[in-house]
Design a protein around this ligand. Structure first.
Ligand code: DGJ
Length: 730
C-alpha cells in the first residue's frame, strides 16, 4: 500500500496490491479524478484522462480559464452545488447571506500512517502500520468553510475508505445542506447497475440492469436504512459475471437516511454519489465546529461480482466488525419467537431449553414478551424490567438454563415505546412527534427521540440493569417501525433537520456504551428482520437477523442478495417449522438446515414437538455446523450461479483460507415431470487447481477438474431438493 503526491505534477496516487486510485489538482483548484481500477504502473500516460473536450457555452467555466476547464464536464473528486457543475453534486453549504453556492478549492494536504476514528460514527479500523491516510483540505471560496476529504488505504485490502468533514473556521454560522461521503466519476457510463431492493420479509433482492441517461437514485428517509433498499451500489461492465469482469462498488457505513445516486450525463459519463440523504437534512455549524459525514468504502474487482463480494466480506470482517465474536464460532441458538410468540412462561422456556440442550443447542434466546405487562404487541415497550408473573425470577431461570450447559440471550427493542407503558406515562415528551400534530403509529408503538441525551442515558441505565441482573451473554436489538414526524422537542427550530442524523448518533452511542460496559456481549441486530442490515450496525453487532421470512426457499435470494456486500457470518439464519409461518410452504428439514448453515445458524421452532427423525437431523446439523463453521465464517464465499439465487437452481460454496477444504450447497426449487431437469455439472470455484480433493463419498479429483468440468448434481425428484458437497484435500 502507498500514498504518494507528486508536487511537480500535482498528482495524488493511492495504491494497494491490486488497485490504483489517481487524481490531480486542476487549474481552479478542483480535484480532477483520473483513475480508479486495476493497478497501473505509469501515471503520466493516463494523466490526460482528466481532460475532456467538446464543451459548449451551456457548460460554463471558471473565470480566467478555458472552456475545457468547465466543472460541468470534468471528472471530479468532490463536486459542489451552484458553481458551474450541473450534475448531481456532493455538497452544498448555506451561508448567512442565504446563498448555497459552494466551491471546493484545494488548499493543502497531509499524508499520515494509520487512520482516524470518526467521532460518534462507525468507521473502519486498522493498526497504524497497516493503513495510510491522505487528507485534503479544500476551501469553499464563498464562505471560507473547510471541506476535508479523507482517503485511507490498507495493507491487506483492495479498498479505499473515504469520508468527508466540514469545519467552520469563520466567525459566522454555516449550514450544511448536503454533504455526501464519496463521489466516483467514471469516464464512461457503459455499466450495469446492481443494487438490493426489497420489502419486509423479502429483503435484499439483487437487481441488475443497464444504466440509462438521467439520474437514478435509491434512498431511505425512514430514519433507518430500511427493508426497501440497501446503502450500497455496484457498477459492473456489461459483460461482467460472477467470476470475471470489472466491477466497482460503494458501500456506506451508516444506518439512517441515505442516498445512493448515479447520473449518466449529457456527455455519456457516469457520476456516482453515496452518503446521508440530503432530503430534509441540514446541520448548523457554529464557528469553530465540525460536521462529520459517515464513511464510504470503495471497492474494485477485476474478478466480477464474486470478486467484489469477497473483497467486501474480508474487509468488513477484518476492518469494520469490531466485536470479539467476529472470529469466534457463535453458539447454536434456539429462539422462542416462532415457537411461542407471546404465549410462554418460565416453565415453557425451560422445557424448550431442556430439549434443546439434549440435542446440542448451545444458547436459548428469549424473544419479545418477557418484560413489563407485555402479552401482545400493544404494550410495555420501554418498561425494561422482568414480567415476574410470567417468568418468576429471571436470574434463577438463567441459572437453570446455564446448568443445562446453555448460554442465555434476551430480546430488547431499545428505541421504541408503547403508549401503554410506564415509560410513556412518565415521559410522554420523549417520543418523536410534532407537538399538537397527529402521530403515525406502527405496531402500536412510537419511536423514542434518540437524539436526546436523557433518553439515551435512561435506556443505558434500564438495559444495563437487566444485563447485570443475570448471566445474559447475547442481546437481540430489534427495531420494528420506522421514524415519522421526525421532530425533537429539545432542538430549536433551526436545528430540527438535524434530528434524523442525531437519532442515528444516539443509537450508535447507546451501542458504544453498552459494549464498553459489556465488552463480550454478542449483539444480534434486527429490524423486523433485515430492515437495518448495514455496515454501520455491523460495526457494533457482528450479526444481523437477515429476515423475518424464515422460508428456506425464500431465504436463498435473500441471503445471496445480502452476500453482494455482507459475509455469511453476519447473516442471522435459523431452521424454522413447516408449514412455514410466512409462506405456509413445506420444505424438507434437511433443506432448512442447508440454508441456515449459510448464516449464523440456529433454530426457531418448538423443539419439544419435533419427531424423533427430525431430532436426529438436528443433532446431525449441529455436528455439521461445528465441522464447517470455520470455513463458512472465515473462508471465501463464491456464488456458483448467476442471478443471486432468483432462478430455479442456485449454488454457492465456501473455500477455506488455505484452500484445503470446501463446502458447496446446491438447491433446485422445483422438480419437473419425468426427472427432466437438465443435469447440472456444478463447477466449483476458488479451489487450488493442483490440489487433489476427496469428496465425502470418497471420490477424488483435482481442483482443476472440479472447477473446469464440475460435479454432477443428481436430478431433482421433488421440489426443494438440496445437496451439500464437502471436499477435503488429501
Ligand atoms: C421482529 C423480529 O424480526 C422477530 O424475530 C421478533 O423478534 C419480533 N420482532 C418480536 O416482536
Amino acid at each position: 500500500m502507498q500514498v504518494h503526491f507528486s508536487k511537480k505534477r500535482k498528482l495524488f496516487r493511492l495504491d494497494t496490491e491490486h488497485i490504483s486510485y489517481l487524481f490531480r489538482i486542476g487549474p481552479s483548484g478542483e480535484l480532477r479524478h483520473i483513475w480508479f481500477g486495476s493497478r497501473i504502473d505509469d501515471d503520466a500516460i493516463i494523466e490526460e484522462f482528466a481532460v475532456r473536450r467538446g464543451t459548449s457555452s451551456f457548460s460554463p467555466h471558471p473565470e480566467g480559464l478555458s472552456p475545457e476547464d468547465s466543472l460541468d464536464l470534468l471528472p471530479l473528486e468532490h463536486s459542489t452545488y451552484g458553481a458551474g457543475d450541473f450534475r448531481i453534486t456532493a455538497s452544498a453549504l448555506r451561508k448567512e447571506n442565504g446563498t448555497s453556492v459552494t466551491s471546493a478549492v484545494y488548499r493543502s494536504h497531509k499524508i499520515f500512517k494509520g487512520k482516524k476514528k470518526i467521532p460518534g460514527l462507525p468507521s473502519s479500523f486498522s493498526q497504524s502500520k497497516d493503513s495510510m491516510t491522505l487528507e485534503i483540505t479544500m476551501e469553499d471560496g464563498f464562505s471560507g468553510a473547510e471541506i476535508i476529504l479523507s482517503y485511507s488505504v490498507f495493507a491487506d485490502s483492495d479498498v479505499i475508505a473515504r469520508s468527508v468533514r466540514v469545519s467552520n473556521p469563520t466567525e459566522t454560522v454555516i449550514r450544511v445542506e448536503k454533504l455526501l461521503s464519496a463521489q466516483l466519476d467514471f469516464h464512461s457510463a457503459d455499466f450495469d447497475v446492481v443494487y438490493l431492493k426489497g420489502m419486509w420479509a423479502k429483503e435484499r433482492q439483487a437487481v441488475r440492469h443497464p444504466l440509462i441517461p438521467g439520474i437514478q437514485s435509491f434512498s431511505s428517509s425512514r430514519g433507518a436504512t430500511g427493508h426497501q433498499y440497501n446503502p450500497g451500489i455496484v457498477f459492473a461492465e456489461p459483460s461482467a459475471s460472477e467470476k470475471a469482469g470489472d466491477v466497482y462498488g460503494m458501500l456506506l457505513l451508516y444506518s439512517g437516511n441515505y442516498i445512493a445516486e448515479a447520473e449518466v450525463d449529457q456527455y455519456r459519463t457516469l457520476r456516482a454519489l453515496i452518503g446521508i440523504n440530503p432530503e430534509n437534512f441540514e446541520w448548523k455549524l457554529e464557528p469553530g465546529e465540525t460536521f462529520y459525514a459517515p464513511e464510504a468504502l470503495l471497492f474494485f474487482s477485476a474478478e466480477g461480482l464474486g470478486g467484489l463480494s469477497r473483497i467486501s466480506h474480508r474487509f468488513l470482517i477484518d476492518h469494520v466488525i469490531r466485536s470479539p465474536w467476529v472470529h469466534r464460532e457463535r453458539p447454536v441458538l434456539i429462539n422462542n419467537w416462532e415457537a411461542t410468540y407471546f404465549n410462554f412462561d418460565d416453565k415453557k422456556i425451560l422445557k424448550i431449553a431442556e430439549e434443546a440442550s439434549k440435542l446440542g443447542i448451545e444458547m436459548l434466546v428469549l424473544d419479545d414478551g418477557w418484560f413489563g405487562e407485555r402479552n401482545d404487541d400493544r404494550s410495555s415497550l420501554g418498561d425494561w424490567f422482568v414480567n415476574r408473573k410470567k417468568l418468576g425470577n429471571l436470574a434463577a431461570l438463567v441459572r437453570k438454563i446455564n446448568d443445562l450447559g446453555m448460554k442465555f440471550g434476551l430480546w430488547f427493542e431499545p428505541e421504541m415505546v408503547s403508549e401503554n407503558s410506564n415509560l410513556y406515562r412518565k415521559h410522554p415528551d420523549w417520543v418523536l412527534c410534532v407537538p399538537g400534530g397527529r402521530r403515525s403509529i406502527g405496531r402500536t408503538q412510537m419511536v423514542l427521540d434518540m437524539s436526546r441525551r436523557d433518553v439515551v442515558d435512561s435506556l443505558f441505565r434500564s438495559i444495563s440493569s437487566v444485563l447485570h441482573s443475570a448471566n445474559i451473554e447475547y442481546m437481540k436489538w430489534d427495531m420494528n417501525r420506522n421514524l415519522t414526524e421526525i421532530h425533537s422537542r429539545l432542538l430549536p427550530p433551526d436545528r430540527q433537520k438535524e434530528t434524523a442524523h442525531r437519532y442515528v448518533l444516539g443509537v450508535y452511542e447507546l451501542h458504544e456504551r453498552l459494549l464498553k460496559a459489556f465488552p463480550n456481549l454478542l449483539i444480534e441486530s434486527c429490524s423486523g428482520g433485515g430492515g437495518r442490515f448495514d455496515a454501520g450496525m455491523l460495526h457494533y453487532a457482528p450479526q444481523i437477523w437477515c429476515s423475518d421470512n424464515t422460508d428456506a426457499l425464500e431465504r436463498i435470494s435473500i441471503q445471496l442478495g445480502t452476500s453482494l456486500f455482507y459475509p455469511s457470518s453476519s447473516m442471522g439464519a435459523h431452521v424454522s417449522v413447516c408449514p412455514n409461518h410466512q409462506t405456509h410452504r413445506t420444505v424438507p428439514f434437511s433443506l432448512r438446515g442447508h440454508i441456515a448453515l449459510g448464516g449464523t445458524f440456529g433454530y426457531e421452532l418448538d423443539i419439544t414437538r419435533l419427531t424423533p427423525d427430525e431430532k436426529d437431523l438436528v443433532r446431525k446439523q449441529i455436528r455439521n455446523y461445528h465441522h464447517w463453521n470455520r470455513i463458512i465464517r472465515e473462508g471465501e464465499f463464491h456464488r456458483l450461479t448467476e442471478g443471486f439465487g432468483r432462478s430455479d437452481f442456485a449454488a454457492w460454496c465456501w473455500v477455506s483460507p488455505d484452500r484445503r477444504e470446501a463446502l458447496a450447497a446446491a438447491v433446485r426449487k422445483t422438480s419437473e415431470p419425468c426427472g427432466i431437469n437438465p443435469p447440472v455439472h456444478l463447477r466449483l470455484r476458488g479451489l487450488d487447481p493442483e490440489m487433489l480433493y476427496e469428496l465425502d463419498d470418497h471420490r477424488r479429483a483435482h481442483g482443476r477438474t472440479l472447477m473446469n468440468a464440475g460435479i454432477r448434481i443428481p436430478n431433482a425428484e421433488t421440489d426443494a431438493s438440496s445437496i451439500l458437497i464437502h471436499l477435503k484435500a488429501v
